[in-house]
Design a protein around this ligand. Structure first.
Ligand SMILES: *[C@@H]1O[C@H](CO)[C@@H](O)[C@H](O)[C@H]1NC(C)=O
Ligand SMILES: *[C@@H]1O[C@H](CO)[C@@H](O)[C@H](O)[C@H]1NC(C)=O
Ligand SMILES: *[C@@H]1O[C@H](CO)[C@@H](O)[C@H](O)[C@H]1NC(C)=O
Length: 350
């Protein structure tokens, strides 16, 4: 039933750098492009081009990125999408809104449509970010107007899309609507229905291989943990609500796989990763759960332009509300080398 799933895991395993394992050429499948959708976990600069100020195009964001330059990434360095591109042997994926039409006509290795603040739903921060529908609409334009310039017939274009990887990392912002937490079960089920519709839409546009993050434990984000008793603990109410969604996500993906020919997916447990890092991060050198920027847990907990971040960014789980580069790197490593985070959780549902 889930051979598709297993095949994709296997393919990703085989695409690790040469040192990690012997590559059997019979099973090596080339992934020609990485297309990225979602929120600030993976935005690499789209928000820089939006009005509304929902961007982080200033230091200390990017302080550890290629010589220390801000790019719009919501962390001190690389995102998981960057590490994923590295693992696949692809160039870093550029943000859609930074490209002119001439550039869009030339890119065959993937585009990032992600936007900080966005969610699955169209009413989530829709004035300051690209909603997932908007991101998919831009991808539609890529498929309709740009990629045909590179693939001169329909079959070649379909083949390109069917071999590409589609990374989707979204959902956490939907839980915080205009400052209030909406976390009942009805809402979670609604959110699952809505993400299903959007993945189906991507499928109809040609996407076949999906890499889907679940929702991180927002109750443990620094801005939430500061308000708990004792201070620093996770907000259990928020985490419980998110877990309800996360527990059902694998089944939703298996359901899509059973309905849609050639649909394959990798489910990645971002929630579990962050929980484990809070508990056992020490074994990776991650000693601290308060954010690195600001460098104190007092005040407004925002990382403003030229805020001085902590000097020891490789020992922090969070940069601001978002994981540090080192956390993203450990996540990618555990996903691809250890397969503990990206292992097939959903298998036992069958
Ligand atoms: C944007 O969000 C607001 C509520 O936050 C909603 O009323 C409006 O319909 C949304 N717009 C679109 C285009 O979905
Ligand atoms: C958002 O919240 C503010 C106050 O908290 C309120 O004035 C505003 O009407 C709300 N907007 C929406 C779209 O619900
Ligand atoms: C669940 O939450 C949604 C969105 O916040 C709300 O509209 C709805 O009334 C709630 N349902 C129940 C049963 O509490």
């Amino acid at each position: 039933m889930n051979t598709n799933y297993v095949t994709l895991c296997f393919v990703l395993t085989l695409l690790l750098p040469k040192s990690s394992s012997a590559i059997d050429s019979h099973h090596t499948k080339h992934i020609p492009a990485l297309y990225v959708f979602g929120d600030s976990f993976i935005d690499c600069g789209n928000n820089n081009h939006l009005p509304g100020g929902g961007n982080v195009n200033f230091l200390p964001y990017g302080i550890d990125y290629m010589g220390g330059k801000p790019t719009g990434r919501f962390t001190n360095g690389k995102t998981v999408a960057d590490f994923l591109a590295l693992h696949l042997g692809l160039p870093f994926v550029p943000p859609y809104l930074a490209l002119n039409n001439h550039q869009r006509n030339k890119i065959r290795t993937g585009i990032n449509y992600g936007s900080g603040g966005s969610g699955v739903l169209s009413d989530t921060n829709n004035m300051t970010s690209l909603t997932l529908n908007k991101q998919i609409e831009f991808f539609h334009r890529t498929v309709k107007h740009n990629l045909p310039k590179l693939f001169n017939n329909k079959q070649k274009l379909e083949k390109h899309l069917s071999e590409s990887l589609f990374f989707v990392s979204t959902g956490v912002n939907d839980y915080f609507h205009n400052g209030t937490f909406r976390g009942n079960k009805t809402f979670a089920l609604y959110l699952l229905t809505e993400i299903t519709l959007r993945i189906q839409k991507m499928y109809t546009l040609g996407a076949r291989n999906f890499f889907v993050n679940n929702i991180p434990p927002a109750g443990c984000f620094p801005s939430k943990a500061i308000h708990t008793e004792p201070r620093g603990n996770c907000n259990e109410k928020i985490n419980k609500a998110i877990s309800f969604y996360n527990r059902r996500l694998p089944a939703v993906l298996f359901e899509l796989q059973s309905q849609l020919p050639d649909f394959t997916f990798m489910h990645s447990d971002l929630y579990k990763f962050i929980m484990e890092m809070r508990k056992n991060g020490k074994i990776y050198g991650i000693m601290e759960t308060p954010p690195c920027c600001p460098n104190t847990i007092y005040g407004d907990l925002k990382c403003h332009p030229n805020t001085i971040p902590c000097p020891n960014r490789n020992t922090h789980l969070f940069f601001d509300e978002h994981p540090t580069q080192i956390s993203n790197q450990i996540f990618a490593r555990r996903c691809f080398y250890e397969e503990t985070i990206c292992k097939p959780l959903g298998l036992k549902l069958l």
